[in-house]
Design a binder for this molecule. Structure first.
Ligand SMILES: C[S@@+](CC[C@H](N)C(=O)[O-])C[C@H]1O[C@@H](n2cnc3c(N)ncnc32)[C@H](O)[C@@H]1O
Length: 233
């Protein structure tokens, strides 16, 4: 199971080379983000800190939480960063922040009940949790496109959607762990920690990414990303 200690080079390359980040992930996150100038937001698994940069542009204060010291050093250009291992937020006092953000991080964490609980403890009443993750439809172990060899039609194999479990995906010279949980698990766990659902967005591939690629075009009706915003009761 990866602790991300050797994945910083791979992740920095992914961020710059994978067009889906600019075309899909970033726009979805910005659509969900609802913060006023002056607010303080904790960005979980901040990576190189592009969320901190965006928060700064909105005159908010972003504070990153990051396990990998090299990524934390890169993020430090955009704001303060705490080098710490999630889901532990015991270093942060109760009701300290106006919100928590997590972009493509939750699927790498095994214990989401503690993530939602701790995020709720440190967020003031009325604050938000803004989440973007790979859609549970594509994180299920065994989930993959299947191409009919006769006519080239593409089908989607659901895999073990109803199970919780994890998969190891290649990442540079190593591997990265994805934890799968169903939509029901995700929403029920968040509700159990006192988060009130405000918005859910399911997103498929945008036109600009499928142009000229028939395999991707045939998957365009499938959800790839899930964005959710909750509010603290
Ligand atoms: C897929 S990257 C996303 C980075 C960033 N949120 C972004 O959108 O560019 C996942 C990030 O979560 C961090 N991470 C993974 N497990 C973590 C943990 N247990 N505690 C803190 N950070 C963690 C990784 O080091 C990495 O920076």
């Amino acid at each position: 199971m990866s602790d991300w200690s050797d994945l910083d080079t791979w992740w920095q390359r992914e961020l710059t080379e994978d067009p889906s980040y600019q075309a899909e992930v970033r726009p979805l996150f910005l659509e969900l983000l609802d913060h006023s100038p002056g607010e303080v937001i904790l960005d979980l698994g901040t990576g190189t800190g592009w969320v901190l940069e965006e928060l700064g542009r909105r005159r908010c204060t972003g504070i990153g939480v990051e396990i990998n010291p090299n990524l934390a050093a890169a993020a430090f250009e955009h704001g303060p960063v705490v080098v710490a291992a999630l889901p532990d937020l015991s270093w942060c006092r109760d009701d300290a922040v106006d919100g928590v953000t997590a972009v493509l991080v939750l699927e790498h964490l095994a214990d989401i009940a503690t993530v939602f609980g701790e995020a709720g403890r440190v967020t003031r009443s009325g604050g938000t949790f803004t989440l973007v993750i790979n859609h549970p439809q594509i994180t299920a172990p065994g989930s993959a496109p299947v191409v009919d060899p006769v006519d080239g039609e593409v089908f989607w194999r659901w895999g073990e959607y109803l199970e919780t479990g994890s998969t190891e995906e290649p990442a540079g010279d190593g591997a990265v762990t994805f934890h799968h949980r169903t939509m029901a698990d995700l929403l029920t766990t968040a509700a159990g920690a006192g988060w009130v659902l405000e918005t859910v967005i399911e997103r498929g591939l945008p036109d600009e990414l499928v142009e000229g690629d028939p395999l991707l075009a045939l998957q365009q009706g499938l959800p790839r990303l899930l964005g959710v915003r909750w509010r603290r009761a």
